[in-house]
Write a protein that binds this ligand. Structure first.
Ligand code: HEC
Ligand code: HEC
Length: 397
C-alpha cells in the first residue's frame, strides 16, 4: 500500500495491516452528532461543558482550538520507538482506534475502540470526528483527512448473550434486601422517576457510578466482571481511599484528587457531600490505600440466572435511554456525579484556593468557567430536585 502524503502509516502499525486508507473531508457538525449520538463519547468525556466527569478525561481544555487537543500527545507516555513529531490527526486517530496504546496517565484502559464491535463507527464517522475535535484553523478550508477502512467489526457482544429476563433483572436491581444495586447506583429513565423517585434521584448518587447507558460503552464481559470482582475495575472518580495523617488519624472518603499539593476526599453527610482537604505535609508515612466501595459479595449472592437477567436489564435500560436521545435525560446529558457542582455550590473547604483542584494532576473536574472566574453560580443542571423531595434524601422524613 502506498500511503504517500497520508500521516497514518508510520504511526498505526497494527491498523495498517488490516486497513486501506482513504482521504475524506470531514464535517465538524456531523462529527458533533457522532460524538453525542452513535459514538457515545459523552458517556465518558466532557466537551463544550457537557458530558461525563467520570471514566474519561475532559476533552474541553484546548478544544475549539483543536490543535491543542491534538497536541496532548506530547504529554502522553508513549512507546520509545515512536517518532518525535506525530501529526495531531494521527494522535487522535490512535486514541480512537487503539485507545489502550497511549493511556492518559491516571485513567484505566476502558475506552472501547471507535471502530470496534461496541461503537461500530466507520471511516466517514472518523473523518467527521476529526473535523470536530481537530478543526482547521479559522478561515482555512477543512483538509482531507486520512482515515482507514477497516474490516467490519464482529457482532456486538451484547447481541450474542444468552437471553435474560429484563423484568426480573429490574426487580433484582431495585430490591432493597438482596442485590440492592439501586442503593448505590443511579439509573435515569423517565419511568423510574415515577416509580422510584427516591432511588432515581439521590440514593445511589454518592456511592457508585450511574449505570443508565453503561451497556452501550462497555462489553457484557466487563460489566459482569465489575459486578463479580469490582476491585478489578475501579471507576475513576468514585474510588475510595484511606489516608493516614501525621496525627495518625485515619481518614476515608472518595478520592477526588491526589497530587503534590495534597489529597481531596469527599465524604457524605445527610445534608450532602462534605470535603476533606489533606495538605501533602500532613499526609502520614503510608500512601493512601485505595479500595473499591462496591462490596465483592455478588459472586455468592447472585445465581447465573440472576446475572443474566441483570445484564439483560442493564442493556434494556441503555437501549431505552439511547432511543430517547442524548438530550432526553432529565437534568442533563449524564448524571455522573459532578464534583464541581458541589464545589460550585460553595462547599469547597474554606482556605483552600479553588484553582488548586484544577492543578492537581489526574483531577477530573472541568469548571466550565474561564480560569480565575468566580464560580458563584449554583449548578443544578445535573440533578434538579424532584418536586416535594426532602433534602435529606429520605422521603419519610
Ligand atoms: C467507556 C468510556 C469511553 C468512551 C465511550 C469513549 N472514551 Fe475516549 N477515553 C476514555 C478513557 C478512560 C480515556 C483515557 C485512557 C486512554 O487514553 O485510553 C480516553 C481517552 C480519549 C482521548 C485521548 C484524550 C487525551 O487527553 O489525550 C480521546 C481523544 C478520546 N478518548 C476520544 C473519544 C471519542 C471521540 C469517543 C467517542 C467515539 C470516546 N473517546 C469514547 C473513555 C472513553
Ligand atoms: C455498596 C454500594 C454498591 C452496591 C450495593 C452495588 N454497587 Fe456496583 N459499584 C459501586 C461502586 C462504588 C462502583 C465503582 C467501582 C469502584 O471504583 O469502586 C461500582 C461499580 C459497578 C459497575 C461498573 C461501573 C463502571 O463504570 O464500569 C457495575 C456494572 C456495577 N457496579 C453494577 C452493580 C450491580 C448490578 C449491583 C447489584 C447486584 C451493584 N453494582 C451493587 C457500588 C455498589
Amino acid at each position: 500500500l502506498c500511503l504517500a502524503g497520508l500521516p497514518l502509516l508510520p504511526f498505526l502499525p497494527s491498523i495498517q495491516q488490516t486497513s486501506i486508507p482513504v482521504a475524506l473531508r470531514g464535517n465538524a457538525s456531523r462529527g458533533r452528532e457522532v460524538f453525542r449520538g452513535r459514538g457515545h463519547c459523552l458517556e465518558c468525556h466532557r466537551i463544550g461543558g457537557r458530558g461525563s466527569f467520570l471514566r474519561g478525561p475532559s476533552l474541553d481544555a484546548g478544544w475549539r482550538d483543536g490543535s491543542a487537543l491534538a497536541a496532548r500527545l506530547r504529554e502522553r507516555p508513549r512507546p520509545a520507538d515512536f517518532p518525535e513529531e506525530v501529526p495531531g490527526d494521527a494522535y487522535l486517530l490512535e486514541s480512537l482506534l487503539r485507545p489502550g496504546a497511549w493511556l492518559v496517565p491516571g485513567y484505566p484502559d476502558l475506552m472501547p475502540a471507535a471502530t470496534g464491535p461496541l461503537l461500530r463507527l466507520g471511516p466517514r464517522d472518523l473523518a467527521d470526528l476529526l473535523a470536530f475535535l481537530n478543526p482547521a484553523p479559522a478561515g482555512e478550508k477543512e483538509p482531507a483527512r486520512s482515515v482507514p477502512i477497516l474490516l467490519p467489526p464482529g457482532p456486538d457482544p451484547w447481541t450474542t448473550l444468552p437471553p435474560g429476563d429484563a423484568r426480573r433483572g429490574e426487580q433484582l436491581f431495585f430490591r432493597p434486601d438482596d442485590a440492592s444495586c439501586a442503593g448505590c447506583h443511579i439509573l435515569r429513565l423517565p419511568r423510574f422517576r415515577e416509580r422510584f423517585p427516591e432511588v432515581f434521584w439521590e440514593q445511589g448518587g454518592l456511592s457508585g457510578p450511574e449505570l443508565t447507558r453503561l451497556a452501550l460503552v462497555e462489553s457484557p464481559a466487563r460489566v459482569l466482571e465489575s459486578i463479580l470482582r469490582p476491585q478489578l475495575h475501579p471507576t475513576p472518580g468514585v474510588e475510595e481511599a484511606l489516608v493516614e495523617t501525621q496525627g495518625e488519624r485515619l481518614l476515608s472518603g472518595i478520592l477526588l484528587a491526589e497530587g503534590e499539593p495534597g489529597i481531596l476526599l469527599q465524604g457524605a453527610t445527610p445534608a450532602g457531600p462534605a470535603f476533606t482537604w489533606v495538605p501533602r505535609d500532613s499526609v502520614g508515612e503510608t500512601s493512601p490505600i485505595r479500595r473499591t466501595r462496591m462490596t465483592p459479595v455478588f459472586a455468592d449472592l447472585l445465581t447465573p440466572q440472576d446475572l443474566t437477567d441483570l445484564l439483560a436489564f442493564l442493556r434494556a435500560c441503555a437501549l431505552e435511554s439511547e432511543r430517547l436521545g442524548p438530550d432526553s435525560l432529565p437534568g442533563g446529558p449524564l448524571g455522573a456525579r459532578d464534583p464541581s457542582a458541589a464545589v460550585i455550590q460553595g462547599r469547597w473547604p474554606p482556605g483552600v484556593p479553588l484553582e488548586l483542584l484544577s492543578r492537581i494532576p489526574g483531577v477530573r473536574v472541568d469548571w466550565g468557567l474561564p480560569r480565575g472566574a468566580t464560580p458563584a453560580i449554583p449548578d443544578r443542571r445535573q440533578r434538579p430536585d424532584p418536586p416535594g423531595k426532602h433534602p435529606s434524601g429520605n422521603p419519610k422524613d
